[in-house]
Design a protein around this ligand. Structure first.
Ligand code: C2E
Ligand code: MG
Ligand code: MG
Length: 723
C-alpha cells in the first residue's frame, strides 16, 4: 500500500520536474526562434537596402547622366554597368531601359543577355519600372522589391539615371532607367547564413513554417521563403540537464525507498510487538489457554463472522464441581496442577477447530462454530462430563472433580458475545442447581427464574425488616426414653401474596444477598426469647457459613445472649461443613470465640456433602447430626446400616454424641438407637411446630413415652435388639 503511494508520488514528482524542464526548453527554443526570425527579417531588409544604396550610387551620377543623355555612349554604359555584374557582391544583373521600358543594354554575370533578357524583364520588374516612371515612387525616382527571374529569386531595383543636381534637361520621353537585380544565389544565402549566424539558411518555396521568413513581391505575393535550421538551445540545454535531473530523481527515489523499507520493517516489528502484547494480555498464565479477555475477543469475532455467514456460534460454559474442596484440602499448588491437567484434557477433547479459554478460577469456556454446531456441542458436552467421571491423577495424588456445563447458542450470530456468556453462565448455574455433573441448554425461562429470585430477594428483605420471619420448633428426643430434650429452631416465611416459602429456597437467597446476617440474628433472638418459657429444654439454632464471614458475628451473638439472659450452655449452634472447608483457619478462630461464650457447636447434615470424620476431629465439634438422606438410606438395606453404624461408632470414639435427623419410621428409630445415636429428630416425633404446639406436647409427655415402650417391644420381638 505504502509502496503504491510512494510510486505514485515519485511518478508525480518526476513528471512535474520533467514537464518543468520541457517548458523551460520550449521557452528557450521559442525565444531563440523569435530572435532568429527578427535577425532574418533584418537581414532581408538590409539585403534590399544595400541594393537600393548601390542603385543610388550608380544612377544619381553626373557621368552616368552625361553618357546616357548627352553622349549616348553605349560602350560607357556596358563598361560601367554591364561589366560590373561580373563576380559582384552588389548586383549580378544590370539592365538599361529607355522611357518605354525597352532594354537598351542587359548584362548578367558580366555577359550580355541578348535574347535571354525576357527572362528578367518580368511583369514584376516592369511594375517597379512603371512606378518610377509615373512618379509614384515618392521623392526618389527609385523603387525596390523582390522578384522572380529565370535565375531565381532576387532583390530588384529600378531608378532614373540623373545628374546629382537632379536637373536632367531632357523631356521624359528621353529618360533612361537603370535596373539592378541581386539574386539570392546559394552562395549569397550561405554568406547571409554565416554573417547572421542562421545555420542551415536556405531558399525554399513559400512556407508558413515557424522557422522561415516569407519573401514577398511588391504586390504582396509570397514568392519564396528563407528557412533556417532552428538551433533549439532549449533542447540542447535540456539534453545537458536532463540526465542530471534524472540522476537526482533516482537518488531521491532510492533514498525514499530505503526510508520506506526501513520504516516498513520497523512498523512490522512494532506491529509484531503489539500483537505479542495483545496475545499475552489475552492468555491465561496458568493454563496457557485464552483468558476471559481472550474469550471475549474470540466471541466478538466469531459472532460477527457468524452473522455475516448466517452460522450459529455455540458457547459452552464449564465450572468444575468440587474444585474448591480440592484446593482447600490439598493447597493451591495442587489446585493449580489440577487446573493445568483439566486444561490439557479439555484441549484434547475440544480439538483444533474450537476456541478454549479459562475464564477464571475453575471456569472454562469453549467456542464452537461451523456446520452442525449444536449437535457437536452436545456430543462434546457428554464427552467432557464422561472425562470427569475418571479420577484425575496429580503426581502421587488422585482427586475427583466433576463438571457442570451451560450451553448457549447464538443462532446466526444474533446474540452478542457478552449476552451469550451471560446466558451460558446462567445455564451452567442451572446445571449446578440440578445436581451438578450435567449440561443444560440456556432457556429464556432461566431469566424469568432469575427475575423472580430478584423479586423474592426484595420481598425477603422487607419481610425481615418488618419482623415477618417466624420461627417454628422441631422436637428432639432422647433416644432411650423418647423424652423431649431439645428443640431445633427453624425459620419460616409466609410470603405476602405467595404463601409459605421453603427455607431451602429463601435461605440460599438470604445467603447470596447478604440478608442472612440479619435473618440469623432475628431467628436467634426470637428463639432465645421463646426458650425462657421452656426452662427444661435445650435449643438448636442453625448458622450459615455466610454469617461467619461477618466479622461482627460473634459480638452480635454475645449481645443477643446478654439481652435474653439465657445460659449459653443450653444452646447448640448447628453449622454445615461448607465454611470449615472454605476457610478452615477463620472457622477455627470463630468457633473458639463462640465456645468462649459457652456455646456448643454441632456439625449439621453430616453425610450430605463432602463429609469427613476428619473435620470432627480437627475442629472438635460438640455434636454431630446425621443427615436425613443417610437415615433414609437405611431402608435400602444392609450396607447402609453398616456404614451408618461405623460412622456413629467413629464419632462416639472421639467422644462426640450423635443426633439422627429425619427419622420417620419406627424401624429407623430402632436402628439408630442401637447404632448409638443418643438423640433423635424427625417427623416420627414431631414436625417443626409453633411454640404453642410445643407447649402442648410438653403437657402430654406420656405420648412420647408410650411410643418408646412400643418401640422397645418391637425391637425385642424383632430379634432381641439391646438398648
Ligand atoms: P436442617 O438444619 O437440617 O433442618 C432440618 C430440616 O429437615 C428441616 O427442614 C426439617 O423440617 C426437615 N425435617 C426434619 N425431620 C424430618 C423428617 O422426618 N422428614 C423430612 N422429610 N424432613 C424432616 P426445613 O425447616 O425445611 O429447613 C431446611 C433447612 O433450612 C435446614 O436444614 C437448615 O439448613 C435451613 N434453615 C432453616 N432455618 C434456618 C435458619 O434459621 N438459619 C439458617 N442458617 N438455616 C436455616
Ligand atoms: Mg439444622
Ligand atoms: Mg440438618
Amino acid at each position: 500500500m505504502l509502496l503504491v503511494v510512494f510510486a505514485t508520488m515519485a511518478m508525480m514528482v518526476a513528471s512535474i520536474a520533467m514537464s518543468a524542464l520541457d517548458r523551460v526548453a520550449s521557452y528557450a527554443n521559442h525565444l531563440d526562434e523569435e530572435r532568429s526570425r527578427q535577425t532574418l527579417v533584418g537581414a532581408i531588409q538590409t539585403f534590399e537596402h544595400q541594393l537600393g544604396a548601390t542603385l543610388i550610387d550608380y544612377t544619381a551620377w553626373d557621368d552616368a547622366a552625361t553618357n546616357a543623355y548627352v553622349n549616348k555612349d553605349m560602350a560607357w554604359m556596358i563598361s560601367n554597368f554591364g561589366d560590373m555584374t561580373f563576380d559582384s557582391d552588389l548586383f549580378d544583373v544590370a539592365i538599361v531601359l529607355d522611357a518605354e521600358g525597352r532594354p537598351m543594354m542587359a548584362y548578367s554575370d558580366g555577359q550580355p543577355l541578348d535574347g535571354a533578357v525576357k527572362g528578367y524583364i518580368t511583369p514584376a520588374l516592369m511594375g517597379l519600372f512603371d512606378k518610377v516612371r509615373s512618379g509614384q515612387s515618392g521623392l526618389m525616382p527609385q523603387t525596390l522589391g523582390f522578384i522572380r527571374t529565370q535565375k531565381g529569386i532576387g532583390s530588384a531595383g529600378v531608378a532614373l539615371i540623373r545628374p546629382k543636381s537632379g536637373e536632367i534637361g531632357q523631356p521624359p520621353e528621353n529618360y533612361v532607367y537603370l535596373a539592378f537585380i541581386r539574386h539570392l544565389s546559394s552562395s549569397t544565402v550561405e554568406r547571409l547564413s554565416e554573417a547572421y549566424v542562421l545555420p542551415g539558411l536556405a531558399l525554399v518555396p513559400p512556407s508558413t513554417n515557424a522557422t522561415s521568413v516569407a519573401i514577398s513581391s511588391p504586390t504582396g505575393e509570397a514568392i519564396a521563403s528563407l528557412a533556417w535550421t532552428p538551433r533549439a538551445p532549449g533542447d540542447q540545454g535540456r539534453e545537458q540537464v536532463e540526465p542530471l535531473i534524472k540522476a537526482a530523481l533516482v537518488i531521491v527515489a532510492i533514498y525514499a525507498l530505503l526510508l520506506i523499507v526501513i520504516g516498513n520493517s520497523e512498523m512490522r516489528r512494532v506491529r509484531a510487538d503489539e500483537a505479542n502484547a495483545v496475545k499475552l494480555a489475552q492468555t491465561d498464565r496458568l493454563s496457557g489457554l485464552l483468558n476471559r479477555a481472550g474469550l471475549n475477543q474470540l466471541l466478538e469475532d466469531e459472532v460477527r463472522r457468524g452473522r455475516d455467514a448466517r452460522e450459529d456460534v455455540v458457547l459452552l460454559y464449564l465450572d468444575l464441581d468440587g474444585f474448591k474442596e480440592v484446593n482447600d484440602a490439598y493447597g493451591h499448588a495442587t489446585g493449580d496442577r489440577l487446573i493445568r491437567a483439566v486444561a490439557a484434557g479439555l484441549s484434547v477433547l475440544v480439538g483444533e477447530n474450537a476456541g478454549l479459554a479459562r475464564i477464571g478460577g475453575d471456569e472454562f469456556g469453549i467456542v464452537l462454530t461451523g456446520k452442525d454446531v449444536q449437535e457437536r456441542a452436545f456430543v462434546l458436552a457428554d464427552a467432557i462430563i464422561a472425562f470427569f467421571d475418571e479420577p484425575v491423577l496429580l503426581g502421587e495424588r488422585t482427586v475427583v472433580v466433576g463438571c457442570s456445563i451451560g450451553i448457549c447458542v447464538s443462532e446466526g450470530g444474533q446474540v452478542e458475545g457478552g449476552e451469550l456468556t451471560r446466558r451460558a453462565d446462567m445455564a451452567m448455574y442451572s446445571s449446578k442447581d440440578g445436581g451438578r455433573g450435567r449440561w443444560t441448554i440456556y432457556d429464556p425461562r432461566m431469566d424469568e427464574e432469575r427475575e423472580s429470585r430478584n423479586h423474592m430477594e426484595v420481598d425477603l428483605r422487607q419481610a425481615i425488616g418488618l419482623g415477618e420471619i417466624d420461627v417454628v420448633y422441631q422436637p428432639v428426643v432422647d433416644a432411650k426414653t423418647f423424652t423431649l430434650v431439645s428443640v431445633e429452631a427453624l425459620a419460616r416465611w409466609n410470603r405476602k401474596g405467595h404463601g409459605p416459602v421453603s427455607p431451602d429456597v429463601f435461605i440460599p437467597i438470604a445467603e447470596s444477598s447478604g440478608l442472612i446476617d440479619q435473618l440469623g440474628l432475628c431467628v436467634l433472638s426470637q428463639a432465645l426469647r421463646q426458650l425462657s418459657h421452656w426452662p427444661e429444654l435445650k435449643l438448636s439454632v442453625n448458622v450459615s457459613p455466610g454469617q461467619f464471614r461477618d466479622p461482627g458475628f460473634v459480638d452480635h451473638v454475645a449481645a443477643t445472649f446478654d439481652e435474653a439472659r439465657i445460659a449459653p450452655g443450653r444452646i447448640v449452634l448447628e453449622m454445615t461443613e461448607t465454611y470449615f472447608i472454605q476457610s478452615p483457619e477463620r472457622a477455627r478462630i470463630a468457633m473458639e470465640r463462640l465456645r468462649g461464650l459457652g456455646l456448643r457447636i454441632a456439625l449439621d447434615d453430616f453425610g450430605a456433602g463432602f463429609s469427613s470424620v476428619g473435620y470432627l476431629r480437627q475442629f472438635g465439634f460438640d455434636r454431630m447430626k446425621i443427615d436425613r438422606s443417610l437415615v433414609q438410606s437405611l431402608d435400602r438395606g444392609h450396607r447402609s446400616v453398616e456404614m451408618l453404624q461405623a460412622t456413629v461408632a467413629l464419632a462416639r470414639s472421639l467422644g462426640i454424641p450423635v443426633t439422627a435427623e429425619g427419622v420417620e419410621t419406627e424401624q429407623q428409630a430402632v436402628i439408630l438407637r442401637i447404632a448409638g445415636c443418643d438423640q433423635l429428630q424427625g417427623y416420627l416425633f414431631g414436625r417443626p411446630q409453633s411454640p404453642e404446639e410445643i407447649d402442648a406436647l410438653m403437657l402430654r409427655p406420656m405420648e412420647l413415652r408410650a411410643k418408646a415402650a412400643e418401640l422397645a417391644f418391637a425391637a425385642s420381638r424383632d430379634g432381641g435388639l439391646q438398648s
